[in-house]
Design a protein around this ligand. Structure first.
Ligand code: NI
Length: 250
């Protein structure tokens, strides 16, 4: 089963998200998880998920959107999480790359998102940039499980996350020329612990880097992983599909 476990197919990014979704299914994608990153995008992800059998939603407030977050927003996310097509709390996490000025606010919102996940017994889809120590600590405290989206860490960190029950999210970056570190991680860990993703509209795989990404391109990620691990493309598709479908109850 070919699954794009992380994308943002939303009207803020595309003129016609429905067209993007239908095209992905026509091109062999079986299931898509659309991730919100704030209240508006989370609402739209749920709406789209309810329109298609094989589209699911993750709802949450991400680290870049924490400044305006009030208690009502947290409550609304919690209500959205009760929708039957919501399979995860995401995209949530910490990002100290651009600024760590909002560090405390980010941690506060992340903790509240992890609490919702725990209450609703949902896995999480986590964004981490330059914040590995804090992210791991908070995930462990919350006993959370799910996907570490767009993994960019070391093999040791990947193995630690796998022990905690996380899948390692691998997307278009693995096809880039400078992806040595990620290539090594992919070679070192089992295919059963990897989830495929696009992060559309971002991080378009080669040879389309520089153009707008969409979930149909997840096949290019599967092909690259197959060649790196010396296994068949169908094995990558089947095993990552089983891993994601069982983790998120798809
Ligand atoms: Ni994302």
């Amino acid at each position: 089963m070919l699954i794009d476990s992380h994308c943002h197919v939303l009207s803020s990014e595309y003129d016609n998200p429905d067209e993007i979704i239908k095209n992905a299914f026509l091109r062999g994608v079986n299931k898509i998880i659309i991730n919100g990153y704030d209240l508006e995008s989370s609402k739209e992800a749920v709406m789209l998920a309810n329109r298609y059998d094989n589209v699911y939603a993750a709802v949450g407030v991400g680290p870049e959107e924490v400044n305006e977050v009030q208690e009502e927003v947290i409550l609304e996310i919690s209500c959205l999480a009760d929708n039957k097509k919501v399979v995860a709390i995401g995209e949530i996490g910490l990002d100290y790359y651009w600024t760590d000025e909002t560090k405390e606010k980010q941690k506060d919102v992340f903790a509240k998102m992890l609490k919702i996940a725990k209450e609703k017994k949902l896995p999480v889809i986590v964004h981490n940039r330059e914040a590995t120590k804090d992210v791991l600590e908070m995930l462990k405290d919350a006993k959370a499980t799910g996907i570490m989206h767009c993994f960019s860490g070391s093999t040791d960190t990947a193995k630690e996350l796998i022990k905690m029950g996380f899948l390692i999210g691998v997307g278009g970056v693995v096809t880039f020329k400078n992806a040595k570190k990620l290539v090594n991680v992919v070679k070192e860990i089992s295919i059963d612990n990897i989830s495929l993703e696009t992060d559309s509209p971002y991080l378009t795989p080669e040879p389309y880097r520089g153009t707008k990404n969409d979930p149909s391109k997840v096949i290019l990620v599967a092909e690259k992983i197959a060649s790196l691990k010396g296994i068949d493309k169908s094995e990558v598709i089947n095993k990552t599909g089983v891993a994601v479908a069982s983790k998120f109850d798809l």
